[in-house]
Design a protein around this ligand. Structure first.
Ligand SMILES: Cc1cc2nc3c(=O)[nH]c(=O)nc-3n(C[C@H](O)[C@H](O)[C@H](O)COP(=O)(O)OP(=O)(O)OC[C@H]3O[C@@H](n4cnc5c(N)ncnc54)[C@H](O)[C@@H]3O)c2cc1C
Length: 416
């Protein structure tokens, strides 16, 4: 899969696209997966179906982190796919991670989210802006220990308006001291690596802007507070992180740039939005596939449900939504450019368009799919109700749909 809408086709480590339509001026569009991508997608699909689907309800019901699935993902090479080779990773392009995430999410949204967070999110920020030592250690933890780095941005008083955050990292001899509270942090208490957004305060007390600091779980002064009783995706804790005079070494600082620190961190986070969209898409595709199967089996008024035109059209609308979302997500992933530290980072507008569209449409598709089952869809005996609760998250977490629209609008009117 390579969709190139600008520049010359970039040099890629993996495969030459098998069929490329070149319009003669160096731009090309190719909607085919390579052999390698096809087998990656098949691997993820097989693991999803055989290993993750059977226990997906358990993580949800018990509020339990799927450690067993992390081990499976690690063995299959699906953790840290995007990590550069110089840090021991396979350095696959973002689109490959997207393909795997989408397939796994059809069967278990929680497990797919772990693949997102071990390929994007905090990991992406560290790979783009961290020091060599930070990159090496974060990569090692993901690849060898299955650590899922957490990203701590949101605070009780700073959600969409992140620049209102109050957590401080104050410079002291030999390092920084953190004070503040984060909440709704995915993996809080599970993740050893925590990238915390904080206002950096210089030795002289001056505000140095928003930066990023790495804090290990277990550091004195860092405790886990309330764990949310979330509506969906309950297999990963959404937790409060509390910092009280929490001292970290100077080399824990990832970004300190009074002018552009916040912008850099948000840039690094764009890949996460694409990964999150792929989870939403996978959940919707999984629900849609179940509905297709059911409509072919269930009968009413002497015919199969699939032969009612009203239902056929609902399914057709869902199919359009799924294909459109897929194109937007794949395009955003393929349009990623090599930015800081030679890391592939997507464009903000591409990522926000994919997330805003997919978040909304995926919820509709899962809801319509559930409808096809009648009362059975409303029961916990089937995965539809769980998928509906899970998929609702993607209009909120990682920046709400409204926040995405704001960013898209900013892209439209930039420089005008
Ligand atoms: C399951 C889950 C996982 C999460 N994981 C993480 C994580 O790992 N790390 C992390 O840091 N955060 C995480 N979050 C937090 C998430 O990023 C925030 O919830 C989100 O950014 C919104 O912030 P808020 O909840 O404070 O809502 P608010 O910002 O208070 O927004 C409330 C409402 O107002 C709207 N709104 C706000 N400002 C505007 C505006 N300017 N224009 C139009 N509408 C606006 C919003 O869209 C929303 O509908 C997670 C959230 C969830 C639900």
């Amino acid at each position: 899969m390579s969709l190139v809408f600008f520049d010359k086709p970039r040099r890629r480590r993996y495969r030459a696209p098998p069929r490329q339509i070149d319009d003669g001026d160096g731009t090309a569009m190719d909607f085919q997966l390579s052999e390698e991508q096809r087998s990656l997608a098949e691997l993820a699909e097989r693991l999803g179906r055989d290993e993750f689907a059977p226990r997906a309800a358990r993580w949800d019901r018990n509020h339990e982190y799927p450690h067993a699935n992390v081990a499976v993902l690690r063995r299959a090479g699906l953790l840290g796919m995007t990590i550069p080779q110089r840090f021991g990773g396979p350095e696959r392009p973002l689109i490959d991670a997207v393909l795997a995430i989408e397939r796994i999410a059809k069967y278990c949204g929680v497990t797919a989210r772990i693949v997102v967070e071990t390929n994007m999110g905090a990991l992406g920020c560290v790979m783009a802006y961290g020091t060599e030592a930070q990159q090496r250690e974060t990569a090692r933890r993901v690849l060898e220990d299955g650590d899922k780095p957490a990203i701590g941005m949101t605070e009780p008083g700073a959600g969409t308006d992140l620049t209102a955050l109050r957590t401080t990292a104050t410079e002291r001899a030999g390092g920084y001291v953190l004070n503040g509270t984060k909440h709704w942090i995915t993996g809080g208490g599970i993740s050893r690596t925590n990238l915390i957004f904080a206002r950096i305060v210089g030795r002289d007390g001056t505000d140095q802007g928003i930066g990023g600091v790495l804090v290990d779980l277990g550091t004195p002064g860092f405790t886990i507070g309330r764990v949310e009783d979330a509506m969906g995706l309950r297999g990963i804790p959404e937790a409060e992180l509390i910092f009280e005079d929490c001292a970290v070494a100077a080399d824990s600082l990832v970004v300190r740039d009074p002018k552009d620190g916040f912008k850099k961190l948000m840039n690094g986070y764009n890949a996460q939005r694409i990964g999150a969209s792929a989870v939403a898409l996978g959940l919707a595709q999984g629900a849609h596939d179940l509905a297709v199967d059911y409509l072919c089996r269930r009968e009413a008024f002497g015919q199969k449900l699939k032969d009612f035109q009203g239902l056929e059209w609902m399914m057709a609308e869902s199919e359009i939504a799924l294909e459109a979302a897929r194109l937007l997500i794949y395009r955003a992933a393929c349009n990623a450019r090599r930015l800081a530290n030679n890391v592939m980072l997507p464009q903000m507008k591409d990522a926000s368009i994919a997330k805003a569209f997919t978040g909304h449409q995926a919820f509709q598709v899962v809801s319509e799919s559930l409808q096809m089952f009648g009362a059975a869809g409303y029961s916990r005996d089937l995965p539809l109700e769980r998928m509906l609760r899970d998929v609702r998250m993607f209009q909120i977490g990682g920046g709400t749909s409204q926040a995405q629209l704001n960013m898209i609008a900013r892209g439209i009117f930039a420089g005008r």
